[in-house]
Design a protein around this ligand. Structure first.
Ligand code: S3P
Length: 414
């Protein structure tokens, strides 16, 4: 299978091409609901985004070319759209209001609002500036010197975008490495940005120029097929053209430590990102592992499949320091604990993680996606290996990141 285009990189391509001058071409863009929220946001600020056969043509107007949106910007389910826009709009001299669906309106926004306010933006949000909707009046910004309190690529990217609008050099220090697509991509547009030992320096008010970008397959979407390959009896799965950026592939290291068969082949670089084909095979002798600390951000979106894999591993798997998972598209710790327990798994829930006792044969039953795309897909893989029928409620959520998920799964299953 070939995974769908990377969601994180698709969002960033739309953002950077929109504030670069000239026509950019984005090949292999993910036209799923989440990145389309970003596309529609920039359209509402006067940017022409045309779809062509294999991607997008974006007619960017430069750093100061956006116009005031005439309506509330609907970020849908997308935390990336909302958080990155909050940073970007902090430096744009007009009023904008960001809103989203029920899930997004419960996600914490103060982590972005506070440093952007410190830079000089005027921002107000619901419930003491904590939750969407968010109202922003952009201002001339001061450069920022900031130590991030959470490992979050969305926060990092929001602050980098705000820093582009601040005269002078901003410095942002991460508390642990998180996905680095923003830092990799922006220099090719002409930005001056350097990253070393968790510290990122960005020079403000650059001239950004149009680019051609080729987006690799999304490792986080491939992860569901990796999990299926490892757990479905006698399976072998070949995944082509998949991003293997180190800040995203913590799951490969964990699977290797569990004794699972996973190999990367044909490694190359596409638009500054490492890409490979991945082969994985049925691995009936998986062993339990402990995952915590700085390893968590490197597999943050793979938690649902990791917990499923742990039910098929011998021994006690412990996942800790993963409290961020409680504020994703759903509370993913609770969602996976409830769903896997319903299938017969032995689970202990912690505030910041989970303990899973394996190995447990799973039994099909009725479960919920909790409205969350990654929970729906993880449970579909669980359904493949469970005895009997598994019914998943709310599977339309796969539209967020992987519209063809069930078609591909069905094709491979036959
Ligand atoms: C993303 C960063 C991660 C991830 C999300 C996409 C990004 O969120 O969970 O799916 O594109 O920057 P956090 O940065 O909030 O951890």
């Amino acid at each position: 299978m070939t995974p769908p285009p990377d969601k994180s990189i698709s969002h960033r391509a739309v953002f950077f091409c929109s504030i670069a001058k000239g026509k950019s071409r984005v090949r292999n863009f993910l036209s799923a609901d989440d990145p389309m929220s970003s596309v529609n946001a920039f359209r509402s600020m006067g940017i022409a985004v045309n779809t062509e056969k294999d991607g997008l043509i974006i007619s960017g107007k430069g750093l100061h070319g956006l116009s005031e949106p005439k309506n509330v910007i609907d970020c849908g389910n997308s935390g990336t759209t909302m958080r990155l826009l909050t940073g970007l709009l902090s430096g744009n001299p007009f009023m904008s209001i960001l809103n989203g669906d029920k899930s997004l309106r419960q996600r914490p926004m103060s982590r972005v609002i506070e440093p952007c306010t410190e830079m000089g933006a005027y921002i107000r949000a619901r419930d003491r500036n904590r939750f969407p909707p968010i109202a922003i009046i952009g201002k001339p910004l001061f450069p920022l010197n900031y130590r991030m309190p959470v490992a979050s690529a969305q926060l990092k990217s929001a602050l980098i975008l705000a820093a582009l609008y601040a005269e002078g050099t901003s410095q942002i220090t991460e508390c642990a490495p998180s996905r680095d697509h923003t830092e990799r991509m922006l220099p090719s547009f002409g930005a001056t940005i350097s990253a070393e030992n968790l510290r990122i320096s960005i020079k403000g008010i650059p001239e950004l120029h149009a680019q051609e970008i080729d987006i690799p397959g999304d490792f986080s979407s491939a992860a569901f097929f990796i999990a299926a390959g490892l757990t479905v009896r006698n399976a072998e799965v070949l995944i082509r053209n998949c991003g293997i950026n180190k800040t995203r592939t913590g799951l490969i290291d964990v699977i290797t430590a569990m004794g699972g068969y996973i190999k990367t082949e044909n490694i190359r670089t596409v638009s500054g990102e490492p890409v490979a084909d991945i082969v994985c095979r049925y691995s009936p002798d998986l062993k339990a592992v402990t995952v915590s600390g700085e390893d968590i951000p490197l597999l943050i979106d793979e938690f649902p499949v990791l917990t499923l894999l742990a039910t098929q591993a011998e021994g006690k798997t412990e996942i800790r320091n993963a409290g961020e998972l409680r504020v994703k598209e759903s509370d993913r710790i609770r969602a996976m604990a409830e769903n896997l327990r319903a299938l017969g798994a032995e689970i202990k829930e912690f505030d910041d993680g989970m303990e899973i006792m394996g190995k447990t044969p799973l039994k099909g039953t009725r479960v919920s996606s909790f409205g969350d795309h990654r929970i729906a897909m993880a449970m579909a893989v669980a359904g493949l290996i469970a005895d009997g029928e598994t019914v998943i409620e709310g599977t339309s959520s796969v539209r967020i990141s992987f519209p063809d998920f069930f078609d591909i799964l069905e094709k491979l299953r036959k």
